[in-house]
Design a protein around this ligand. Structure first.
Ligand SMILES: [Zn+2]
Length: 472
Protein backbone atom coordinates (compact mmCIF):
# COMPACT_ATOMS: atom_id res chain seq x y z
CA UNK A 1 0.00 0.00 0.00
CA UNK A 2 1.40 3.40 -0.93
CA UNK A 3 2.02 5.63 2.05
CA UNK A 4 0.53 8.61 0.24
CA UNK A 5 -2.90 7.06 -0.29
CA UNK A 6 -5.76 6.44 2.09
CA UNK A 7 -6.63 2.84 2.89
CA UNK A 8 -10.08 1.85 1.57
CA UNK A 9 -12.85 1.44 4.12
CA UNK A 10 -13.29 -2.27 3.54
CA UNK A 11 -9.66 -2.84 4.46
CA UNK A 12 -10.29 -1.17 7.82
CA UNK A 13 -13.45 -3.13 8.54
CA UNK A 14 -11.89 -6.44 7.47
CA UNK A 15 -9.51 -7.28 10.29
CA UNK A 16 -7.44 -9.80 8.35
CA UNK A 17 -4.85 -7.81 6.37
CA UNK A 18 -4.11 -5.12 8.97
CA UNK A 19 -2.29 -4.97 12.28
CA UNK A 20 -4.47 -6.03 15.20
CA UNK A 21 -5.08 -3.95 18.33
CA UNK A 22 -7.60 -4.33 21.13
CA UNK A 23 -9.69 -1.22 21.74
CA UNK A 24 -12.51 -0.60 24.18
CA UNK A 25 -15.59 0.85 22.51
CA UNK A 26 -16.46 2.02 26.00
CA UNK A 27 -14.20 1.18 28.87
CA UNK A 28 -15.80 -0.31 31.93
CA UNK A 29 -14.64 -2.88 34.43
CA UNK A 30 -15.19 -6.36 33.06
CA UNK A 31 -15.94 -5.32 29.49
CA UNK A 32 -14.19 -7.03 26.61
CA UNK A 33 -12.27 -4.91 24.13
CA UNK A 34 -12.90 -5.21 20.41
CA UNK A 35 -10.21 -6.41 18.04
CA UNK A 36 -9.71 -3.63 15.52
CA UNK A 37 -7.34 -3.64 12.56
CA UNK A 38 -5.12 -0.71 11.72
CA UNK A 39 -4.66 -0.76 7.93
CA UNK A 40 -0.90 -1.09 8.04
CA UNK A 41 0.75 -4.44 7.28
CA UNK A 42 1.90 -6.42 10.34
CA UNK A 43 5.54 -5.70 10.94
CA UNK A 44 5.38 -2.05 9.87
CA UNK A 45 4.32 -0.66 13.27
CA UNK A 46 7.30 -0.43 15.55
CA UNK A 47 7.83 -0.47 19.33
CA UNK A 48 5.96 2.24 21.19
CA UNK A 49 3.82 1.72 19.12
CA UNK A 50 5.29 4.00 16.50
CA UNK A 51 5.16 4.67 12.76
CA UNK A 52 5.96 7.50 10.37
CA UNK A 53 2.94 9.56 11.51
CA UNK A 54 2.95 9.15 15.29
CA UNK A 55 4.78 7.58 18.19
CA UNK A 56 3.99 6.90 21.83
CA UNK A 57 6.29 8.48 24.39
CA UNK A 58 5.23 6.75 27.58
CA UNK A 59 6.40 9.36 30.03
CA UNK A 60 7.32 7.93 33.42
CA UNK A 61 6.54 11.21 35.18
CA UNK A 62 5.49 14.09 32.96
CA UNK A 63 5.28 17.11 35.26
CA UNK A 64 2.63 19.12 33.40
CA UNK A 65 0.58 19.21 30.22
CA UNK A 66 2.13 20.74 27.15
CA UNK A 67 1.54 24.47 26.87
CA UNK A 68 2.30 25.84 23.40
CA UNK A 69 4.33 27.73 22.43
CA UNK A 70 6.52 27.52 25.55
CA UNK A 71 6.25 23.78 26.32
CA UNK A 72 6.12 21.47 23.31
CA UNK A 73 7.27 18.01 22.22
CA UNK A 74 9.50 16.11 22.17
CA UNK A 75 9.20 14.76 25.69
CA UNK A 76 12.75 14.36 26.96
CA UNK A 77 12.21 12.76 30.38
CA UNK A 78 12.41 9.11 31.38
CA UNK A 79 10.19 6.65 29.50
CA UNK A 80 8.52 3.41 30.51
CA UNK A 81 9.20 0.26 28.49
CA UNK A 82 7.46 0.53 25.11
CA UNK A 83 4.63 -1.68 23.88
CA UNK A 84 6.09 -4.31 21.56
CA UNK A 85 4.45 -6.21 18.71
CA UNK A 86 4.23 -9.99 18.97
CA UNK A 87 6.18 -12.25 16.64
CA UNK A 88 3.56 -11.75 13.92
CA UNK A 89 3.60 -7.96 14.20
CA UNK A 90 0.30 -7.53 16.10
CA UNK A 91 -0.42 -5.67 19.35
CA UNK A 92 -3.49 -7.58 20.51
CA UNK A 93 -1.90 -9.83 23.11
CA UNK A 94 -0.67 -7.20 25.53
CA UNK A 95 -2.14 -7.78 29.02
CA UNK A 96 -4.87 -5.28 29.80
CA UNK A 97 -3.50 -4.12 33.15
CA UNK A 98 -0.11 -2.94 31.89
CA UNK A 99 1.23 0.49 30.88
CA UNK A 100 2.01 -1.07 27.50
CA UNK A 101 -1.70 -1.76 26.92
CA UNK A 102 -2.47 1.87 27.69
CA UNK A 103 0.15 2.92 25.14
CA UNK A 104 -1.19 0.54 22.49
CA UNK A 105 -4.78 1.62 23.20
CA UNK A 106 -4.03 5.29 22.74
CA UNK A 107 -2.02 4.67 19.57
CA UNK A 108 -4.69 2.33 18.18
CA UNK A 109 -7.48 4.81 18.92
CA UNK A 110 -5.73 7.69 17.18
CA UNK A 111 -4.52 5.58 14.24
CA UNK A 112 -7.94 3.97 13.71
CA UNK A 113 -9.58 7.40 13.61
CA UNK A 114 -7.01 8.82 11.22
CA UNK A 115 -7.21 5.83 8.88
CA UNK A 116 -11.01 5.98 8.75
CA UNK A 117 -11.16 9.65 7.95
CA UNK A 118 -8.43 9.38 5.36
CA UNK A 119 -10.72 6.81 3.72
CA UNK A 120 -13.79 9.06 3.93
CA UNK A 121 -11.92 12.17 2.81
CA UNK A 122 -10.27 10.15 0.07
CA UNK A 123 -6.69 11.15 0.59
CA UNK A 124 -3.85 11.19 3.08
CA UNK A 125 -4.39 13.71 5.89
CA UNK A 126 -1.17 15.45 6.83
CA UNK A 127 -1.04 16.92 10.33
CA UNK A 128 -1.56 20.66 10.14
CA UNK A 129 1.68 21.16 12.05
CA UNK A 130 3.63 18.55 10.05
CA UNK A 131 6.21 21.10 8.90
CA UNK A 132 7.31 21.52 12.50
CA UNK A 133 6.25 18.12 13.88
CA UNK A 134 6.14 15.40 11.18
CA UNK A 135 5.13 12.81 13.81
CA UNK A 136 2.51 13.33 16.49
CA UNK A 137 3.72 12.45 19.98
CA UNK A 138 1.19 10.50 22.05
CA UNK A 139 1.48 10.68 25.85
CA UNK A 140 -0.69 7.94 27.42
CA UNK A 141 -0.70 9.17 31.01
CA UNK A 142 0.09 12.22 33.04
CA UNK A 143 -1.32 13.38 36.35
CA UNK A 144 -3.91 15.75 34.99
CA UNK A 145 -7.71 15.61 34.94
CA UNK A 146 -8.02 16.29 31.21
CA UNK A 147 -6.82 15.38 27.74
CA UNK A 148 -5.68 17.64 24.95
CA UNK A 149 -4.11 17.81 21.54
CA UNK A 150 -2.04 20.54 19.96
CA UNK A 151 0.81 21.04 17.51
CA UNK A 152 2.70 17.77 17.46
CA UNK A 153 1.09 16.11 20.46
CA UNK A 154 -1.93 14.38 21.92
CA UNK A 155 -1.82 13.63 25.64
CA UNK A 156 -4.26 12.18 28.09
CA UNK A 157 -4.55 12.37 31.85
CA UNK A 158 -6.64 10.63 34.42
CA UNK A 159 -10.37 10.94 35.02
CA UNK A 160 -11.25 11.20 38.69
CA UNK A 161 -14.80 10.36 39.65
CA UNK A 162 -16.74 11.81 42.57
CA UNK A 163 -16.18 8.65 44.61
CA UNK A 164 -12.44 8.67 44.13
CA UNK A 165 -12.34 6.13 41.31
CA UNK A 166 -9.94 6.87 38.48
CA UNK A 167 -9.70 5.92 34.83
CA UNK A 168 -7.01 6.83 32.32
CA UNK A 169 -8.45 8.82 29.46
CA UNK A 170 -6.18 6.75 27.21
CA UNK A 171 -8.69 3.90 27.66
CA UNK A 172 -11.54 6.12 26.50
CA UNK A 173 -11.78 5.81 22.72
CA UNK A 174 -14.21 8.73 22.62
CA UNK A 175 -11.67 11.12 24.10
CA UNK A 176 -8.75 10.03 21.90
CA UNK A 177 -10.90 10.02 18.76
CA UNK A 178 -12.39 13.42 19.61
CA UNK A 179 -8.91 14.91 20.04
CA UNK A 180 -7.80 13.30 16.80
CA UNK A 181 -10.90 14.83 15.24
CA UNK A 182 -9.72 18.31 16.15
CA UNK A 183 -6.38 17.62 14.48
CA UNK A 184 -8.07 16.23 11.36
CA UNK A 185 -10.26 19.33 11.12
CA UNK A 186 -7.27 21.63 11.52
CA UNK A 187 -5.60 19.79 8.68
CA UNK A 188 -8.52 19.49 6.27
CA UNK A 189 -10.28 22.81 6.90
CA UNK A 190 -7.61 25.07 8.31
CA UNK A 191 -8.34 28.03 10.53
CA UNK A 192 -9.39 31.65 10.17
CA UNK A 193 -6.85 34.35 10.98
CA UNK A 194 -6.02 34.30 14.69
CA UNK A 195 -8.10 37.40 15.46
CA UNK A 196 -11.13 36.05 13.57
CA UNK A 197 -11.56 32.72 15.35
CA UNK A 198 -15.10 32.98 16.63
CA UNK A 199 -17.92 31.09 18.26
CA UNK A 200 -19.30 29.28 15.16
CA UNK A 201 -15.89 27.90 14.20
CA UNK A 202 -15.14 26.63 17.72
CA UNK A 203 -18.60 25.12 18.19
CA UNK A 204 -18.42 23.48 14.76
CA UNK A 205 -15.08 21.95 15.78
CA UNK A 206 -16.67 20.32 18.82
CA UNK A 207 -19.69 19.01 16.91
CA UNK A 208 -17.61 17.46 14.15
CA UNK A 209 -14.97 16.09 16.53
CA UNK A 210 -17.71 14.29 18.45
CA UNK A 211 -19.21 12.95 15.23
CA UNK A 212 -15.79 11.84 13.99
CA UNK A 213 -15.52 9.79 17.20
CA UNK A 214 -19.06 8.36 16.85
CA UNK A 215 -18.37 7.24 13.29
CA UNK A 216 -15.14 5.67 14.55
CA UNK A 217 -16.79 3.62 17.26
CA UNK A 218 -19.47 2.46 14.81
CA UNK A 219 -16.64 0.59 13.01
CA UNK A 220 -15.91 -1.57 16.05
CA UNK A 221 -17.21 -5.09 15.41
CA UNK A 222 -19.27 -5.32 18.62
CA UNK A 223 -20.92 -1.91 18.59
CA UNK A 224 -23.63 -2.11 15.95
CA UNK A 225 -24.95 -5.52 17.10
CA UNK A 226 -25.03 -4.25 20.68
CA UNK A 227 -26.72 -0.99 19.70
CA UNK A 228 -29.41 -2.89 17.81
CA UNK A 229 -29.91 -5.43 20.58
CA UNK A 230 -30.31 -2.76 23.23
CA UNK A 231 -32.78 -0.72 21.17
CA UNK A 232 -34.62 -3.58 19.48
CA UNK A 233 -33.52 -1.88 16.29
CA UNK A 234 -35.97 1.00 16.66
CA UNK A 235 -33.48 3.88 16.54
CA UNK A 236 -35.94 6.08 14.73
CA UNK A 237 -38.76 5.77 17.23
CA UNK A 238 -36.41 6.09 20.18
CA UNK A 239 -34.93 9.15 18.58
CA UNK A 240 -38.36 10.68 18.14
CA UNK A 241 -39.39 9.91 21.68
CA UNK A 242 -36.11 11.20 23.00
CA UNK A 243 -36.67 14.44 21.19
CA UNK A 244 -40.01 14.93 22.88
CA UNK A 245 -39.57 13.49 26.33
CA UNK A 246 -37.10 14.12 29.11
CA UNK A 247 -37.21 10.56 30.32
CA UNK A 248 -37.28 7.58 28.04
CA UNK A 249 -35.74 4.22 27.45
CA UNK A 250 -32.78 5.85 25.79
CA UNK A 251 -30.65 6.47 28.85
CA UNK A 252 -28.55 3.43 28.06
CA UNK A 253 -27.88 4.41 24.49
CA UNK A 254 -24.69 6.21 23.88
CA UNK A 255 -25.67 7.35 20.42
CA UNK A 256 -28.98 8.89 21.37
CA UNK A 257 -29.64 12.27 19.89
CA UNK A 258 -29.91 15.44 21.93
CA UNK A 259 -32.83 17.87 21.89
CA UNK A 260 -30.94 21.16 21.77
CA UNK A 261 -31.99 24.05 19.56
CA UNK A 262 -30.12 27.22 18.68
CA UNK A 263 -32.58 29.18 20.83
CA UNK A 264 -31.45 27.12 23.83
CA UNK A 265 -27.84 28.25 23.39
CA UNK A 266 -28.42 31.82 22.22
CA UNK A 267 -26.33 34.35 24.05
CA UNK A 268 -23.31 32.18 24.88
CA UNK A 269 -20.33 34.21 23.71
CA UNK A 270 -16.58 34.42 23.86
CA UNK A 271 -14.89 37.42 25.45
CA UNK A 272 -11.87 39.00 23.69
CA UNK A 273 -9.57 37.35 26.25
CA UNK A 274 -10.95 33.89 25.43
CA UNK A 275 -13.34 33.36 28.36
CA UNK A 276 -16.74 31.84 27.66
CA UNK A 277 -19.70 33.90 28.87
CA UNK A 278 -23.08 32.25 29.50
CA UNK A 279 -25.70 34.84 30.45
CA UNK A 280 -27.91 32.09 31.90
CA UNK A 281 -25.28 31.40 34.56
CA UNK A 282 -24.94 27.73 33.61
CA UNK A 283 -21.29 28.08 32.62
CA UNK A 284 -21.88 26.68 29.16
CA UNK A 285 -19.37 27.00 26.31
CA UNK A 286 -18.73 25.79 22.76
CA UNK A 287 -19.84 22.24 23.61
CA UNK A 288 -23.37 23.43 24.35
CA UNK A 289 -23.48 25.48 21.15
CA UNK A 290 -22.32 22.43 19.20
CA UNK A 291 -25.26 20.32 20.35
CA UNK A 292 -27.93 21.44 17.81
CA UNK A 293 -25.64 20.82 14.82
CA UNK A 294 -24.43 17.51 16.21
CA UNK A 295 -27.97 16.42 17.03
CA UNK A 296 -29.31 17.32 13.59
CA UNK A 297 -26.58 15.34 11.85
CA UNK A 298 -27.28 12.36 14.08
CA UNK A 299 -30.99 12.71 13.26
CA UNK A 300 -30.03 12.45 9.57
CA UNK A 301 -28.12 9.25 10.29
CA UNK A 302 -31.20 7.75 11.90
CA UNK A 303 -33.36 8.99 9.03
CA UNK A 304 -31.18 7.20 6.48
CA UNK A 305 -31.19 4.06 8.63
CA UNK A 306 -34.97 4.10 8.84
CA UNK A 307 -35.32 4.84 5.16
CA UNK A 308 -33.10 1.86 4.32
CA UNK A 309 -35.07 -0.53 6.53
CA UNK A 310 -38.34 0.46 4.87
CA UNK A 311 -36.94 0.54 1.32
CA UNK A 312 -35.39 -2.92 1.74
CA UNK A 313 -38.62 -4.33 3.14
CA UNK A 314 -37.02 -5.21 6.47
CA UNK A 315 -39.55 -3.22 8.48
CA UNK A 316 -43.31 -3.39 7.80
CA UNK A 317 -44.92 -0.14 6.67
CA UNK A 318 -47.19 -0.26 9.72
CA UNK A 319 -44.09 0.14 11.91
CA UNK A 320 -42.70 3.09 9.97
CA UNK A 321 -43.44 6.06 12.22
CA UNK A 322 -42.25 8.73 9.83
CA UNK A 323 -44.86 11.44 9.52
CA UNK A 324 -46.55 10.48 12.75
CA UNK A 325 -47.33 13.03 15.42
CA UNK A 326 -45.73 12.97 18.83
CA UNK A 327 -48.96 11.67 20.35
CA UNK A 328 -49.24 8.86 17.81
CA UNK A 329 -45.66 7.78 18.38
CA UNK A 330 -45.95 7.82 22.16
CA UNK A 331 -49.28 6.01 22.12
CA UNK A 332 -47.88 3.25 19.92
CA UNK A 333 -44.42 3.03 21.43
CA UNK A 334 -44.84 -0.48 22.82
CA UNK A 335 -46.27 -1.97 19.64
CA UNK A 336 -43.71 -0.19 17.47
CA UNK A 337 -40.92 -1.59 19.62
CA UNK A 338 -42.38 -5.09 19.39
CA UNK A 339 -42.69 -4.87 15.62
CA UNK A 340 -39.13 -3.65 15.35
CA UNK A 341 -37.87 -6.41 17.65
CA UNK A 342 -39.63 -9.06 15.55
CA UNK A 343 -38.16 -7.65 12.34
CA UNK A 344 -34.70 -7.44 13.92
CA UNK A 345 -34.84 -11.13 14.88
CA UNK A 346 -35.63 -12.05 11.28
CA UNK A 347 -33.27 -9.66 9.53
CA UNK A 348 -30.48 -8.87 11.96
CA UNK A 349 -27.84 -8.80 9.21
CA UNK A 350 -29.98 -6.38 7.20
CA UNK A 351 -30.48 -4.10 10.19
CA UNK A 352 -26.73 -4.02 10.83
CA UNK A 353 -26.09 -3.29 7.15
CA UNK A 354 -28.59 -0.41 7.36
CA UNK A 355 -26.65 1.16 10.25
CA UNK A 356 -23.36 0.76 8.37
CA UNK A 357 -24.91 2.32 5.27
CA UNK A 358 -26.24 5.29 7.25
CA UNK A 359 -22.91 5.67 9.05
CA UNK A 360 -20.96 5.78 5.79
CA UNK A 361 -23.40 8.14 4.07
CA UNK A 362 -23.22 10.58 6.96
CA UNK A 363 -19.43 10.32 7.18
CA UNK A 364 -19.02 10.96 3.46
CA UNK A 365 -21.39 13.94 3.68
CA UNK A 366 -19.35 15.27 6.61
CA UNK A 367 -16.22 14.81 4.51
CA UNK A 368 -17.87 16.74 1.71
CA UNK A 369 -18.66 19.58 4.15
CA UNK A 370 -15.12 19.52 5.51
CA UNK A 371 -13.69 19.80 2.01
CA UNK A 372 -15.91 22.66 0.85
CA UNK A 373 -16.56 25.04 3.75
CA UNK A 374 -14.33 28.02 4.38
CA UNK A 375 -13.09 28.45 7.94
CA UNK A 376 -13.18 32.24 7.88
CA UNK A 377 -16.88 32.49 6.92
CA UNK A 378 -18.19 29.29 8.48
CA UNK A 379 -21.70 29.27 9.95
CA UNK A 380 -23.89 26.37 11.10
CA UNK A 381 -26.34 27.19 8.29
CA UNK A 382 -23.60 26.79 5.71
CA UNK A 383 -22.12 23.66 7.29
CA UNK A 384 -25.62 22.14 7.25
CA UNK A 385 -26.04 23.06 3.57
CA UNK A 386 -22.72 21.47 2.59
CA UNK A 387 -23.63 18.38 4.65
CA UNK A 388 -27.06 18.07 3.04
CA UNK A 389 -25.47 18.46 -0.39
CA UNK A 390 -23.13 15.64 0.51
CA UNK A 391 -26.13 13.44 1.26
CA UNK A 392 -27.88 14.48 -1.94
CA UNK A 393 -24.80 13.65 -3.93
CA UNK A 394 -25.06 10.08 -2.64
CA UNK A 395 -28.62 9.67 -3.85
CA UNK A 396 -30.72 10.76 -0.89
CA UNK A 397 -32.79 13.25 -2.87
CA UNK A 398 -36.11 11.74 -1.84
CA UNK A 399 -35.29 12.54 1.79
CA UNK A 400 -34.36 16.19 1.18
CA UNK A 401 -37.34 17.65 3.00
CA UNK A 402 -36.89 15.35 5.97
CA UNK A 403 -33.19 16.25 6.13
CA UNK A 404 -33.97 19.95 6.05
CA UNK A 405 -36.56 19.51 8.79
CA UNK A 406 -33.97 17.92 11.06
CA UNK A 407 -32.01 21.18 10.90
CA UNK A 408 -34.88 23.66 10.72
CA UNK A 409 -36.65 22.69 13.95
CA UNK A 410 -33.36 23.24 15.76
CA UNK A 411 -32.98 26.74 14.30
CA UNK A 412 -30.36 25.87 11.66
CA UNK A 413 -31.38 26.90 8.14
CA UNK A 414 -29.34 25.40 5.29
CA UNK A 415 -31.68 26.65 2.56
CA UNK A 416 -29.98 29.97 1.67
CA UNK A 417 -26.70 28.13 1.14
CA UNK A 418 -27.96 25.08 -0.76
CA UNK A 419 -26.52 25.04 -4.25
CA UNK A 420 -28.20 21.83 -5.32
CA UNK A 421 -31.30 22.64 -7.28
CA UNK A 422 -34.15 20.19 -7.75
CA UNK A 423 -34.22 19.41 -11.45
CA UNK A 424 -36.70 16.52 -11.69
CA UNK A 425 -40.43 16.49 -12.25
CA UNK A 426 -42.73 17.05 -9.29
CA UNK A 427 -44.26 13.61 -9.71
CA UNK A 428 -41.15 11.55 -10.22
CA UNK A 429 -38.23 11.02 -7.90
CA UNK A 430 -36.32 14.17 -7.12
CA UNK A 431 -33.18 14.60 -9.16
CA UNK A 432 -30.48 17.05 -8.35
CA UNK A 433 -27.86 18.70 -10.44
CA UNK A 434 -24.44 17.21 -9.86
CA UNK A 435 -22.19 18.88 -7.39
CA UNK A 436 -19.65 21.19 -8.98
CA UNK A 437 -18.22 23.18 -6.08
CA UNK A 438 -14.49 23.27 -5.76
CA UNK A 439 -12.99 20.89 -3.25
CA UNK A 440 -9.83 22.00 -1.61
CA UNK A 441 -6.80 19.85 -2.33
CA UNK A 442 -5.36 20.66 1.09
CA UNK A 443 -5.56 22.88 4.13
CA UNK A 444 -7.17 26.25 3.37
CA UNK A 445 -5.14 28.09 5.97
CA UNK A 446 -2.62 26.35 8.17
CA UNK A 447 -1.00 29.38 9.75
CA UNK A 448 0.76 27.96 12.84
CA UNK A 449 -0.07 31.02 14.97
CA UNK A 450 -3.77 30.81 14.13
CA UNK A 451 -3.88 27.07 14.81
CA UNK A 452 -2.16 27.64 18.15
CA UNK A 453 -4.73 30.31 19.04
CA UNK A 454 -7.61 28.02 18.05
CA UNK A 455 -6.08 25.23 20.13
CA UNK A 456 -5.91 27.47 23.19
CA UNK A 457 -9.56 28.50 22.79
CA UNK A 458 -10.67 24.88 22.31
CA UNK A 459 -8.72 23.66 25.34
CA UNK A 460 -10.24 26.43 27.47
CA UNK A 461 -13.66 24.86 27.30
CA UNK A 462 -12.67 21.22 27.34
CA UNK A 463 -12.15 20.24 30.95
CA UNK A 464 -15.82 20.37 31.85
CA UNK A 465 -16.85 17.58 29.47
CA UNK A 466 -14.12 15.09 30.23
CA UNK A 467 -16.22 13.23 32.77
CA UNK A 468 -18.32 11.98 29.87
CA UNK A 469 -17.86 8.29 30.55
CA UNK A 470 -20.85 6.65 28.97
CA UNK A 471 -22.21 3.19 28.50
CA UNK A 472 -23.55 1.53 25.42
ZN1 LIG B 1 -13.14 19.16 21.65
Amino acid sequence: MSSTRAAPLDLIDAVAPGTRFRLFAVYAEGMTPDTVAIPLPPGTIGPGPSDSRMYVADAAAKPAPYDPPTYLPPYEGALLAPALPDADGHFDRIPLDTPQFLAAHLYGSVRHTLALWEAYIGRRIEWASAAEFPQMELIPLLDWNNAQSGPGFLESGLWRGPDGETQPFALNFDVAAHETGHQILFSVIGVPDADRIGVPFLAFHEAFSDLIAIVGVLHFPSVIPRLLAETNGNLYVLNLVNRFAETSATTQIRLASNTATMADVAGITLSPDGEWIDPSGQGRNQHAIAAPLEGAIFDCLVEIYQDTLVAEGLLPATADARGWTREEVEASFASLSQASARALRRFDAGFAAAVRHARDQVARAMAHAMLTIRPETLTFDEVAARFVEGLLEQGNGAALEAMLDHFLWRGIDPRPFLTFVPAGSRRGPKIFRPWTAERRPHCASCDPGAIRRAGVLIRAGHAAVRHRIVAI
